[in-house]
Design a protein. Structure first.
Length: 265
């Protein structure tokens, strides 16, 4: 099963691009859920969300819809701090999604400055233990982690590898399609070379609209991941002015056409 959606949904600049002007903000998730079958929750990276928030979100999307949830940033960006309380609070908040049958997996995104060292490898082992009871996917932003021994570690612990499409700077990850668990996961960050470092984590970094040819590069890769796994999640993170939603629809149609053509052959 291939799920295609976007990284987040609650963006004011989507109004007039993806959300019609007459749709109120409180109805955005319902509108989104009528058009996509999954959502990557990124707000959980910036703050510890309460279980009531996830309960409300689950109630506004149809059965069969799945949420993937990004791990809180203290656990991925503050290595070495005492994170026990945050682990507990974060995992407790997920219960409404699990009980509703709408929880897909966790995504842990480590920053470019998270280098492949003995200390970080030890931390990654501790991290795997914290979330051993949850389907987990890890995204590395530094290509130092593109190693056979890292793939072996992920396979041993049943952790998925997050494939990425992003600018090909010296330290960033290349567009490698790899499956290390029963979950395949792909994130499209855009190819905004000019503003990637200039704007840091600002919105300009994600102001990028993929062309059909650029998306098509990934279609056979994504299908290949689907052939190796039970579930593949594909998320567009080029969220500026609704570009993610537009590209997600386009890519979904391409994947459907690719599968249909394979069946006919």
């Amino acid at each position: 099963m291939i799920y295609v959606g976007t990284s987040g949904f609650k963006f004011p600049d989507w109004k007039g691009h993806f959300y019609p002007a007459e749709v109120k903000e409180k109805d955005w998730l319902q509108y989104y859920g009528e058009r996509f079958n999954c959502l990557e929750v990124n707000a959980s990276f910036y703050r510890l969300m309460g279980s009531a928030t996830f309960l409300s979100m689950a109630s506004r999307v149809p059965d069969g819809f799945l949420f993937t949830v990004k791990v809180y940033r203290s656990l991925t960006h503050e290595v070495g701090s005492d994170n026990a309380a945050d682990v507990t609070t974060f995992t407790e908040s997920l219960k409404p999604l699990q009980e509703a049958g709408k929880f897909g997996c966790l995504l842990a995104q480590f920053p470019n400055g998270f280098h492949n060292t003995p200390g970080t490898r030890q931390y990654l082992g501790e991290f795997a233990d914290w979330f051993a009871a949850y389907p987990l996917v890890v995204e590395f932003r530094n290509r130092e982690w593109l190693k056979d021994e890292v793939f072996a570690f992920l396979r041993e612990h049943g952790i998925g590898w997050c494939c990425v499409d992003e600018p090909q700077f010296r330290t960033l990850m290349p567009p490698v399609a790899m499956a290390t668990s029963r979950i395949g996961y792909v994130r499209f960050h855009g190819r905004n070379y000019q503003n990637w470092w200039k704007s840091g984590e600002g919105k300009d970094r994600y102001d990028y609209l993929y062309t059909k040819d650029e998306l098509m590069e990934w279609v056979p890769k994504i299908q290949g991941l689907a052939d190796q796994t039970d579930t593949v999640y594909v998320f567009m993170n080029n969220c500026f002015e609704g570009k993610a939603a537009y590209n997600a629809v386009e890519l979904r149609e391409m994947l459907e056409g690719y599968r249909d053509a394979a069946v006919r052959d």
